[in-house]
Ligand binder design. Structure first.
Ligand code: ASP
Length: 325
């Protein structure tokens, strides 16, 4: 028995030693940053922006991989099930907090299947329509929608996406059930809005500010309580009568449960390095997005926020009677 215990202790120590050695060597190959939406959307825009300085900090390239579908839950699940060695990480938005209420058969649990690296960014949304829609303010848009209820189409990135959440809130606020067309992300959805194939899209400023400034779409409001510095002439939806319309999309970075602490620390350091980059900071401010305070760009900061958000959105989603299953 004594010999067995000795062998057991030596085996455990050896395993811990190997894990410790691997963590010390980390990273010795490129890291995959999974984005659960299609190329070109706001999540992808942010990921490709920060992946370069993160790679500089880590000394290995950070390669963005778009794993799409089911409102972001397919990509999130891929990371939840990945080997916990720090080579597969996730950038996802507040969809991590709405998925547990939207999907009864979710393949992962946001609260137990991940390690938390930190909050990344808070991004407002804008309500857009195709450039040639015959409406020049929110009241005219609402009148057009009501007069063409069967014809009008609203694009989003599927149940669990924030464009879907914003669309649901808009439809509920105006009392019209607009025909909704789901895409694998608001990148492809925006392509169809620009092409006139769909009429309306609610999307994050990280994708929409340049298109609004280039007059390639019509903008009818922002989803924040106050107007945005980058879009001073765009009224809020709240001030135009859609009272209480207050949506800002928070984002977090995650790793699979069991990823070693020294590895998580290196990834968090790389995230902080990227978000402190002056060029990135300026670009994100120009896109009306807010970089969280240092104490939120931590494991505890993200974990606590995620818990609060799951508890916040659960009752709202259940009351709205929305679910995927
Ligand atoms: N953020 C998603 C994307 O990047 C869109 C969404 O959640 O609505 O495509």
């Amino acid at each position: 028995m004594r010999q067995f215990l000795q062998i057991l202790v030596l085996t455990v120590l050896a395993h811990m030693g190997v894990a410790h050695a691997q963590a010390n060597k980390y990273p010795d190959k490129p890291i995959t940053l999974v984005i659960p939406f299609a190329v070109g959307g706001p999540t992808d825009v942010v990921a490709r922006m920060i992946s370069i300085p993160m790679g500089k900090s880590l000394g290995q390239s950070v390669v963005v991989e778009n794993v799409i579908g089911a409102g972001g839950t397919i990509g999130a699940n891929k990371v939840a099930k990945a080997t916990p060695n720090g080579y597969t990480i996730l950038l996802h938005h507040m969809g991590m907090s709405t998925a547990p209420s939207l999907y009864n058969k979710l393949n992962f649990d946001p609260l137990t299947d991940f390690e938390y690296i930190g909050q990344v960014l808070d991004v407002p949304m804008t309500l857009l329509a195709r450039k040639d829609i015959p409406a020049n303010n929110l009241q005219e848009l609402i009148a057009y929608i009501k007069a063409n209820e069967q014809k009008v189409s609203l694009a989003d990135a599927g149940l669990g996406a924030v464009s879907n959440l914003c669309g649901l809130m808009f439809k509920s606020a105006i009392g019209v059930n607009i025909n909704t067309i789901p895409y694998k992300g608001t990148g492809p959805a925006m392509n169809d809005l620009l092409g006139g194939q769909v009429d309306i899209l609610c999307d994050q400023t990280t994708q929409t500010v340049p298109l609004i400034k280039d007059n390639r779409v019509k903008v009818f409001g922002v989803t924040t309580p106050k107007r945005l510095e980058a879009l001073p002439n765009v009224p809020t939806l709240d001030e135009q009568g859609l009272k209480g319309f207050d949506v800002k999309v928070w984002h977090g970075m995650y790793a699979p449960k069991g990823t070693p602490a020294p590895v998580l620390k290196k990834i968090n350091t790389a995230l902080r390095f990227a978000m402190a980059d002056p060029t990135i900071k300026q670009r994100l401010v120009d896109l009306s997005s807010d970089i969280p305070a240092a104490n939120k760009m931590t494991a505890d900061g993200l974990r606590e926020h995620l818990k609060l958000e799951i508890n916040k959105w659960g009752p709202i989603i259940r009351k709205a009677g929305v679910s995927a299953d």
